[in-house]
Design a protein around this ligand. Structure first.
Ligand SMILES: Cc1cc2nc3c(=O)[nH]c(=O)nc-3n(C[C@H](O)[C@H](O)[C@H](O)COP(=O)(O)O)c2cc1C
Length: 370
């Protein structure tokens, strides 16, 4: 699929360094969510690009099960992009080299995550408060990646707080230092996930830079994707929470941008198939014990807004083995399929603004941070 503009035309190729992307609809990195199975599924359903969950720059954690799972890219489609998080320029450079040795083709620096576990150590969006350190990290990572011809990208917020929106300053400095794409989430660090994302800062960053700029924050419908592309002039949009339990949002947005019309919601039987395949892939990565438990949140997102979904979620959370979980999921969708062919159009909003899933997202992110 080609890149899309707000008007459905395809005016530019979307590249990161040497990598031509399938389109300009990206799935956002979400710790504890966008693992390899979810990234693969999102790409299969229309996302043009996916970045891994953050990998810590702390060497002592690289051998942990969590980090080694995150650094495992077996079977993943190129380009393989890995996000790194940390507070020290040399450690971040080492983390870049470590991930390149394990298959990373693009390195993304995390200056967007507000989670405490990261911020207490002065990483994630907290780095935006210290522009000197932020730039030192960018320069060190670019220098570590250059010999391998690996492009470096940066994900940030609009600033530390309302009074200090320094995204533009940092973006300019990062571009000059060699960063090849910048994503801006339209909130400050102080906001967490409260309030609405604003797109003026993203538009200002886009207007000032030559490298591609990606707009992120509260994009939960095809119309919103179109409007944000038009308003900011951004080269791409990145979707996070609205893709939880709804990975087909990417093909819906792609179809809308290309044609101006809406795709029908997916067939119940298709959602069952997608979820069952997602679960099998998930168990393969995590094993039975962890896999069954970590799959619960995904299943919950898929069924959350479907008729009978809340009650099913309660029952499903008690199941402790893969076969029982798979059987329950299939049973739920087969029963639903007796009442309807397609999932209801209004039910496609599990990750949208103001949903309980969204309210919990800050907590989830904190829990999932490395
Ligand atoms: C559960 C969760 C985990 C996240 N983890 C990361 C992360 O590891 N790195 C990062 O840069 N942003 C992370 N984010 C932020 C998202 O990438 C994105 O910027 C944010 O959710 C806003 O986009 P949205 O409104 O489309 O969800 C996370 C968000 C959530 C909800």
């Amino acid at each position: 699929m080609p890149p899309f503009s707000a008007t459905g035309s395809t005016p530019f190729p979307m590249n990161i360094g040497p990598y031509a992307l399938a389109n300009n609809l990206f799935v956002a990195p979400m710790a504890g969510v966008t693992d390899r199975p979810f990234r693969q599924l999102s790409k299969k359903l229309g996302a043009g690009y996916a970045v891994s969950e953050m990998v810590t720059s702390r060497r002592d954690l690289w051998d942990s099960l969590k980090t080694s799972r995150r650094a495992n890219h077996e079977g993943e489609d190129a380009p393989i992009a890995v996000q790194i998080a940390g507070t020290d320029a040399q450690m971040m450079a080492d983390a870049a080299a470590y991930n390149i040795a394990r298959g990373a083709q693009i390195i993304d620096i995390n200056m967007g995550c507000p989670a405490k576990k990261v911020c207490n150590k002065w990483a994630g969006s907290a780095l935006m408060q210290d522009e000197t350190l932020a730039l030192q990290i960018v320069e060190a990572v670019v220098a570590a990646c250059a010999p391998h011809h690996v492009p470096v990208t940066l994900k940030m917020r609009t600033g530390w707080c309302q009074a200090e929106k320094n995204a533009l300053t940092i973006a300019r400095a990062a571009e000059n230092a060699g960063v090849q794409m910048i994503t801006v989430h339209g909130r400050t660090r102080e906001q967490g996930y409260k309030g609405a994302a604003e797109y003026d800062t993203i538009a200002a960053v886009k207007a000032a830079l030559r490298i591609p700029v990606v707009a992120n924050g509260d994009i939960s419908s095809p119309e919103r994707a179109r409007d944000v592309l038009a308003y900011t002039g951004a080269d791409a949009v990145m979707i996070g929470r609205a893709a939880q339990g709804r990975p087909w949002i990417f093909r819906e947005v792609a179809h809308f941008l290309a044609t101006g019309t809406h795709l029908a919601p997916p067939l119940v039987a298709e959602v069952e198939r997608l979820l069952v395949d997602h679960l099998r892939d998930h168990y393969t990565l995590y094993g039975e014990f962890t896999g069954v438990r970590t799959a619960r949140k995904h299943i919950g997102w898929y069924v959350k807004t479907l008729p009978g979904g809340e009650a099913f979620r309660g029952r499903m959370n008690l199941l402790e083995d893969c076969e029982a979980q798979l059987k329950a999921v299939s049973g739920f969708f087969q029963e639903l399929g007796e009442h309807m062919d397609r999932i209801p159009a209004g039910a496609e909003s599990a990750g949208n603004e103001n949903s309980p899933a969204k309210k919990n997202s800050y907590k989830n992110e904190e829990e999932a941070a490395a």
